[in-house]
Ligand binder design. Structure first.
Ligand code: NAP
Length: 267
């Protein structure tokens, strides 16, 4: 379904977390092109400032930067406090990262940070923004999840579990908010061509069916009324529909092998 016209009801402003690269940067680019003023959130200040200047110049919009580390409760609270007076109609909670490899080999501190960014931040941002969206009588919430939310992923166990939280959160919020005219959508991208692969030690040459961040975002913005969750890309949808129909144990073994084979050797 093409629901681009839904975007009009969220104007004038959208907030995008994880806007300094990848999928979040593309959300910012496509929302600016659609005429949104923006609040851009991430840790890398220079990237956010450069993006804000570019989008303002190219699209005549007004972008505000909030530098915040969403792994820390203070960072989430600053985003909530600094946006209290703004008429934000669309929340895009996109910041996130993954950890690959055998669960017991991953760093406990990084795993805790991952849960804070992937789960705690969207939980508290939606908690703070829902009363604001209700007060303005319309709005939208996009949560960036992953196809890894759809079943367990050996060699990506805690990341997949964190994204299952995101899908469940989106489903619950969709049930609460869609009767009130507030759209909720968790997008489940498959492999997408961003810096995330390098950060997780994935060998890009082993990946198939990789989508561009632009295509993921375009599909998401076109599907805003199709909540609570959707899989970006026909190939991903076909593959994960087939996986869901397989005996669960067989699907888990296949996925575990695929991830293991895509990992670069660790030092
Ligand atoms: N790429 C894929 O194949 C893929 C597939 C499925 C789902 N996803 C999901 O898509 C979302 C975006 O990822 P991406 O692929 O676009 O990767 P990316 O290019 O690495 O972008 C991740 C974004 O999250 C921000 N971020 C990470 N940690 C943060 C922290 N502690 N505080 C604030 N911001 C933080 C980063 O900004 P700073 O580093 O500047 O803080 C960056 O803007 C994530 O939720 C990811 O799980 C990605």
């Amino acid at each position: 379904m093409n629901d681009r016209n839904l975007l009009e009801k969220y104007k004038p402003m959208a907030l995008v977390t994880g806007a300094s690269s990848g999928i979040g940067e593309q959300f910012a680019v496509q929302l600016a092109a659609a005429g949104f003023d923006l609040v851009l959130v991430a840790r890398r200040a220079e990237r956010l400032a450069a993006l804000a200047s570019r989008l303002d110049a190219e699209h005549g919009v007004s972008s505000t930067v909030i530098v915040a580390d969403l792994a820390h409760p203070d960072g989430v609270q600053r985003v909530i406090a600094d946006t209290a007076a703004l008429d934000i109609g669309l929340l895009v909670s996109n910041a996130g990262f993954g950890l690959k490899g055998p669960h017991h080999e991953n760093d406990p501190g990084q795993m805790s940070d991952m849960l804070m960014v992937n789960c705690h931040a969207p939980m508290l941002l939606t908690h703070a923004f829902i009363p604001r969206l209700r007060a303005r009588g319309s709005g939208g919430i996009i949560l960036t999840s992953s196809v890894e939310a759809l079943l367990g992923f050996p060699n990506s166990a805690s990341y997949a579990a964190s994204k299952a939280f995101v899908n469940s959160l989106a489903e619950g919020l969709w049930g609460e908010l869609s009767p009130l005219g507030i759209d909720v959508l968790a997008v489940c991208p498959g492999s997408t061509d961003t810096e995330a692969h390098d950060l997780q030690g994935i060998d890009r040459s082993k990946l198939e069916g990789v989508m561009s961040p632009a295509a993921v975002v375009q599909a998401t913005l076109d599907s805003l009324g199709d909540g609570p969750t959707f899989i970006a890309g026909a190939q991903n949808e076909e593959m994960f529909t087939a996986m869901a129909a397989m005996p669960r144990r067989d699907a888990l073994m296949l996925l575990g092998d695929a991830i293991r084979q895509s990992l670069l050797p660790r030092d």
